[in-house]
Design a binder for this molecule. Structure first.
Ligand code: NAD
Length: 409
C-alpha cells in the first residue's frame, strides 16, 4: 500500500505520472454517458443495430478504444476483453493513466455484474495473441465484434524481431505551417522535412493494417468468430490544412493501408462468417496519440472552439455511442462512403467536416499568434483536456488528498 499525494509531473508537455482518482472519475463519467438503454437507442431512420454480446477491444485502455469498450459493456451488457499496453505502478512511479482507467472500469464492471477481462501486453506479439485466444476460448467465444484501436509509436515484428518506429512526417516535400510549441505555448512556424522511404514503410508497418489482419486471421483460424461478426478499425481524414502532415503524410499512408486491409479482411470474413470489416473515420479529439502530431494541437484548439459554439462538440464516448447505435447495424451500415471506390468507411467526422465548421477554422487559422492564442483558440480547453487524460485537473478531485497508487485488478 502506498498512499501519496500525487501532483502532476511533466516532461515538456507530456505528463509522466497519472492520478488514480482523476482517472476513475473520467471512466465514471463515460459510463454515466452510456449507462441506461435510452442513451444508445439508434437515431430515427437507422437500421436495426448489431447487439454485441462478446467483444474484443485491442487498444482498450484510453481514447477511442476505452470509449468503445464502455459503450459495448454498459450500452449492450456485452462481455468484453480489453488488450492494452500499460505500465503498472512501482515503488517510485504511479501507473500510467490507461492502467488506472482499467482498474476503474474493472471495479464498475464488478459492481454492475458485467464480465470484463484484461490483458496487459504487447498486442503486436504472438504471445499476447496466444494469451488472448486462450482467454477468448474459455470466456468469450464466439466474438461478434472486434475493435482495433491501437495507437503506438513502434512495433516489433513478430516474424523477425525487427523494431519499426513510426514517423509523423510529410511525403515528397517539406511542409511548413504554424503550430503550437506546446512546452513554451508559443505559436511558431515549423518546417518538417519529408520522410525517407524507410520512414514511410516503417510507419505503415506500425500503424497500417498488418497487425489487424494477423489478429483477425488468428481468431478466424481458431474458430472464435460468430456468424455475422463485425470488425472495426479507426482512421482520420481531417481538413486540407492538416493533409500534408496527416492524410498525405506517413500516417495517412498507414491509414490507407488500414483501409486496403479492411477489404482483405472482409473478403476473408464474408464467405466463412457472413462478417464485415469497417474503417470508422472518427472526429479529431484530444488523446495522447493525437497531441503528438505536429500542427494538430493548433487545429484541435480551434476546432473545439468552433464546434462548441455551434453545439456540435463530441468526445470519444459520444462518437462511440453514435458508431454503435447508428452504424454497427445488422444490415450493411447506411452511411458507408462509396466515393473513391471505398465501400467500407463509416464517417463519424461528419460534424467536424461540415463546411461551416471548416470555414470558421480556416478563417481563424492565419489570425493566431502567441499573444492571442488563448483568446482566438480554445488552447486552455485543449491543455485541460490533455491533462485530464492523465487524471489531472479533473473536476471534483482534491489533489491535496493522499490516494492509493499501488493498485492492481
Ligand atoms: P490512445 O493513445 O488514446 O490509445 C491507444 C491505445 O493503444 C491504448 O489503449 C494503449 O494501451 C494501446 N497500445 C499502444 N501500444 C500498444 C501495444 N503495443 N500493445 C497493446 N496495446 C497498445 O489513442 P487514440 O487516439 O484513441 O487512437 C486509437 C485509434 O483511433 C488510432 O487508430 C487513431 O489513429 C484513431 N483515431 C484517433 C483520432 C484522434 O483524434 N485521437 C481521430 C480519429 C482516429
Amino acid at each position: 500500500m502506498s498512499q501519496q499525494i500525487v501532483k502532476r509531473r511533466s516532461r515538456g508537455f507530456i505528463c509522466v505520472n497519472a492520478h488514480p482518482e482523476g482517472c476513475r472519475r473520467n471512466v465514471e463519467r463515460q459510463i454515466a454517458a452510456i449507462d441506461g438503454s435510452s442513451s444508445i437507442l439508434p437515431s430515427p431512420g437507422s437500421p436495426e443495430p448489431l447487439v454485441p454480446h462478446n467483444v474484443l477491444v485491442i487498444g482498450a485502455s484510453t481514447g477511442y478504444g476505452l470509449a468503445s469498450r464502455i459503450t459495448a459493456a454498459w450500452g449492450y451488457e456485452a462481455r468484453t476483453l480489453g488488450v492494452f499496453f500499460e505500465r503498472p505502478p512501482d515503488e517510485s512511479k504511479t501507473a500510467t493513466a490507461g492502467y488506472y482507467n482499467t482498474l476503474a472500469l474493472d471495479a464498475y464492471a464488478k459492481r454492475d455484474g458485467l464480465f470484463a477481462a484484461h490483458l496487459n501486453g504487447d498486442a503486436f506479439s504472438d504471445e499476447t495473441k496466444r494469451e488472448a485466444i486462450a482467454l477468448i476460448r474459455r470466456e468469450l467465444a464466439p466474438l461478434d465484434l472486434v475493435i482495433y484501436s491501437l495507437a503506438s509509436p513502434k512495433r516489433t515484428d513478430p516474424r523477425n524481431g525487427v523494431v519499426y518506429n513510426s514517423a509523423l512526417k510529410p511525403i515528397g516535400e517539406a511542409f511548413s505551417n504554424r503550430t503550437i510549441e506546446l512546452d513554451s505555448e508559443k505559436v511558431v512556424d515549423i518546417t518538417l522535412p519529408p520522410a525517407t522511404d524507410k520512414e514511410i514503410a516503417d510507419t505503415v508497418a506500425v500503424m497500417g493494417g498488418e497487425d489487424w489482419r494477423l489478429w483477425m486471421e488468428a481468431l478466424a483460424d481458431e474458430g472464435l468468430l460468430a456468424s455475422g461478426v463485425c470488425t472495426v478499425a479507426y482512421s482520420y481524414i481531417g481538413p486540407a490544412v492538416t493533409w500534408p502532415i496527416y492524410r498525405d503524410g506517413t500516417i495517412g499512408r498507414a491509414k490507407q493501408d488500414l483501409e486496403n486491409v479492411a477489404v482483405a479482411i472482409e473478403s476473408m470474413l464474408e464467405p466463412k462468417f457472413d462478417g464485415r470489416a469497417l474503417v470508422s473515420v472518427n472526429k479529431a479529439v484530444v488523446t495522447q496519440a493525437s497531441a503528438a502530431i505536429p500542427v494538430v494541437p493548433l487545429y484541435l484548439s480551434l476546432l473545439s472552439k468552433v464546434m462548441r459554439a455551434k453545439g456540435l462538440e463530441e468526445s470519444p464516448i459520444e462518437q462511440m455511442r453514435r458508431l454503435f447505435a447508428d452504424h454497427l447495424s445488422k444490415s450493411p451500415p447506411p452511411i458507408l462512403e462509396t466515393q473513391e471506390g471505398n465501400t467500407r468507411r463509416v464517417r463519424l467526422d461528419d460534424r467536424e467536416m461540415r463546411a461551416d465548421v471548416q470555414a470558421e477554422v480556416a478563417a481563424l487559422w492565419p489570425q493566431v499568434n502567441t499573444e492571442n492564442l488563448r483568446a482566438v483558440t480554445d488552447f486552455a480547453g485543449f491543455q485541460r483536456e490533455f491533462r485530464n487524460l492523465f487524471g489531472f485537473e479533473v473536476e471534483g478531485v482534491d489533489y491535496d488528498e493522499p490516494v492509493e497508487t499501488d493498485l492492481s485488478w
